[in-house]
Write a protein that binds this ligand. Sequence first.
Ligand code: COA
Length: 157
Amino acid sequence: MMNFVTRLLARSQPVIAEARAQDAAAIAAVHAASFQRSWGEDEFQRLMAERSVVAHRATIGRTLIGFIVSRITAGEAEILSVGIAPAWRGRGFARPLLDLHLRRLAGLGVRTVFLEVGENNAPAGRLYRRAGFREVGRRPGYYDGATTALVLRRDLG
Ligand SMILES: CC(C)(COP(=O)(O)OP(=O)(O)OC[C@H]1O[C@@H](n2cnc3c(N)ncnc32)[C@H](O)[C@@H]1OP(=O)(O)O)[C@@H](O)C(=O)NCCC(=O)NCCS
């Protein structure tokens, strides 16, 4: 039987906030559960120490359930990675995380955001298209020699 806390958490909405270096281990864990080629805690620590990197996290209670990381270069940003822990997917949690992240990028003067997504990654594709991203390029065989990566773009403001 589900206990009270578990039921409460199951109905919760995530709290979204800027991610800090101390979130690196939890972010790396979500990343490892989300991608075949995972980035370690050290890599996230290094990334988040860069001044040009912006990262947000989504938490429910004390559990980090999602993250998004971008790097800004000369008024443009690239979303480097985004993930929601498998147990929390399919509940619409990525959208508010992405929206807040894009607002923060806009506040930092970013005009254009790019990202790459596998053409067969339906959840990510839907997420980005609903958020206003449009395809501007294709990179055949980009990921594993077989999967085409789509380059998506969204202009901010
Ligand atoms: C992509 C990801 C972040 C989306 O997070 P999420 O919180 O589960 O997203 P949502 O619940 O908002 O679902 C996003 C959309 O995908 C749809 N979707 C969810 N699961 C799906 C599936 N298995 N097949 C097709 N569409 C699916 C949802 O219906 C929603 O579309 P809608 O808004 O038109 O209804 C999450 O799936 C994830 O972490 N995937 C692994 C890592 C990854 O691929 N990251 C992106 C790399 S570019």
